[in-house]
Design a protein around this ligand. Structure first.
Ligand code: SF4
Ligand code: SF4
Length: 446
């Protein structure tokens, strides 16, 4: 069954710029001179190293073990020697964080015993699939990095009936998910069926925006041999791919405000890259040691989609994409709406790195910030029905309780309000500031 979905609350029609890299097939980026693997790749407890400096490691070898349910294992992406275990700058956490540094030997030698877990899903129980996801260190590859084994083990009091596979990839410029769906549709669907089986959900809906007709066709064909799968084609609008927005648009169910999650309304949502990673772990035995990363933007010579080893330096990937085109103005990890600007290129690809975007000097010029003209455009654009102008105004003046009462903590930092604001107000930065202050006050009260 195919459903065409047009409705959406808020959002903005952002130029998608996907034409820069959407036709570039995924190619292996190669093995850099150094890989940096953070213990805190993800939400939750950091993993604990199992290796020490000077140890030799092989591709796929477990090098750090998870701590608790919300934590993810870490594996060596290639063979080599552990050069150090030391703090390195984490580009998303924006602080120094413990990392295992590997010096590759160039042999790419797999660890002994790396073998397929199964060739079909009938031979695996739900519990076995959850164990594979946990042992393989799989996390949500859409950027959130929530451990997949935890996601597919929801609390017993939650009744789940639908699993959404998120192939929206609504962030402008990024094409990693698009290429994965196009080139690996069958594995993605296999992985999706594995996620469904592991979580005990029988209805699965593949959700794709209509700016990827070739991926829609590929996924439609790959789905044809399976029962219980439907396709939802959504009109292109940012931020379609937010899990709350997707749940609302496809199923008409409203996810409660944070800490509410889709499973509170019977739904699980996973990214297509996550499904692919799980399929790889089952069909080849390879844990999550590499991922597809888009390197794009008007500021790179040859926009590309790379299969990059986790831990590969951003500078290495930009070189692989032909280097800079002209003078770079800004390099962003992720997309232009929700990504984080990088101060240095000497940071690694993380499990949640969807892309590296290079903007030119002209594109990166900060327009003058003007006073709010109360036009209300930010309110219309907010997909959560918030009032960004008031939250940001209170935050700017230090009225944190008022910002909290205007639901600052519900903000998902999608950037729609700042994008649409004619006065170029730094709305998201101000809201983030309020959120940080509210969080620290809440912690102090505990
Ligand atoms: S869009 Fe900008 S100028 Fe308009 S009300 Fe919101 S903050 Fe003010
Ligand atoms: S950044 Fe926050 S306030 Fe602004 S549109 Fe997105 S959810 Fe709404």
């Amino acid at each position: 069954m195919i459903t065409i979905i047009k409705k959406m609350i808020g959002g903005v029609p952002v130029p998608d710029k996907k034409e820069l890299s959407e036709k570039a097939p995924v190619e292996f980026a190669g093995i850099p001179d150094e890989l940096v693997l953070f213990m805190s790749h993800h939400i939750g407890a950091p993993a604990v190293p199992l290796v020490k400096p000077k140890d030799t490691v092989k591709r796929g070898q477990l090098i750090a073990e998870p701590q608790g349910l919300v934590s993810a294992a870490l594996h060596a992406p290639t063979s080599g020697v552990v050069k150090a275990i030391e703090p390195r700058f984490h580009p998303v956490l924006a602080c120094m964080s413990e990392a295992i540094v590997i010096e590759p030997d160039g042999k790419h030698e797999p660890v002994e015993g790396l073998a397929p877990k199964a060739s079909d899903l009938d031979s695996l129980s739900a519990e076995q699939i959850r164990a594979i996801a946990r042992e393989a260190g799989i996390v949500g590859l859409g950027g959130a990095c929530f451990p997949t084994s935890a996601k597919i083990t929801p609390p017993e009091d939650k009744h789940l009936d639908t699993y959404l596979l998120n192939g929206s990839e609504c962030e402008p410029y990024l094409t990693a998910d698009h290429r994965v769906m196009l080139e690996e549709a069958e594995k993605v669907i296999f992985g999706f069926k594995a996620l469904m089986k592991a979580s005990g959900v029988s209805r699965g809906i593949v959700c794709i925006e209509d700016n990827k007709p070739d991926a829609i066709e590929a996924m439609k064909q790959a789905m044809s041999g399976y029962d219980g799968l439907e396709l939802a084609v959504l009109t292109t609008r940012y931020p379609r791919g937010g899990e709350k927005q997707l749940t609302q648009a496809v199923l008409g169910r409203e996810v409660p405000p944070p800490p509410g999650l889709p499973y509170d309304v019977g739904v699980l949502v996973s990214n297509v890259g996550t499904a692919y990673a799980l399929a790889e772990a089952i069909l080849t035995g390879l844990p999550l040691v590499e991922r597809v990363v888009t390197v794009t933007g008007e500021g790179v010579a040859k926009p590309s989609n790379f299969k990059a080893l986790i831990g590969t330096p951003v500078s290495y990937l930009i070189e692989k994409a032909g280097g800079f085109a002209g003078t770079p103005g800004k390099v962003i990890m992720g997309g232009p709406m929700m990504g984080c600007a990088l101060k240095s290129l000497d940071v690694p690809v993380l499990k949640g790195t969807t892309g590296i975007l290079v903007l030119t000097k002209e594109q990166a010029v900060q327009e003058p910030i003007l006073p709010c003209i109360k036009c209300g455009k930010c309110i219309d654009a907010c997909p959560l029905g918030l009032q960004p102008l008031w939250i940001s105004a209170y935050a700017e003046r230090g009225f944190i309780e008022e910002a909290e009462s205007f639901r600052a903590m519900d903000c998902m930092e999608c950037g729609c309000c700042a994008y649409i604001c004619p006065a170029k107000r730094p709305l998201v930065q101000l809201i983030k500031m309020a959120k940080a202050e509210i969080s620290s006050r809440r912690k102090a009260r505990r």
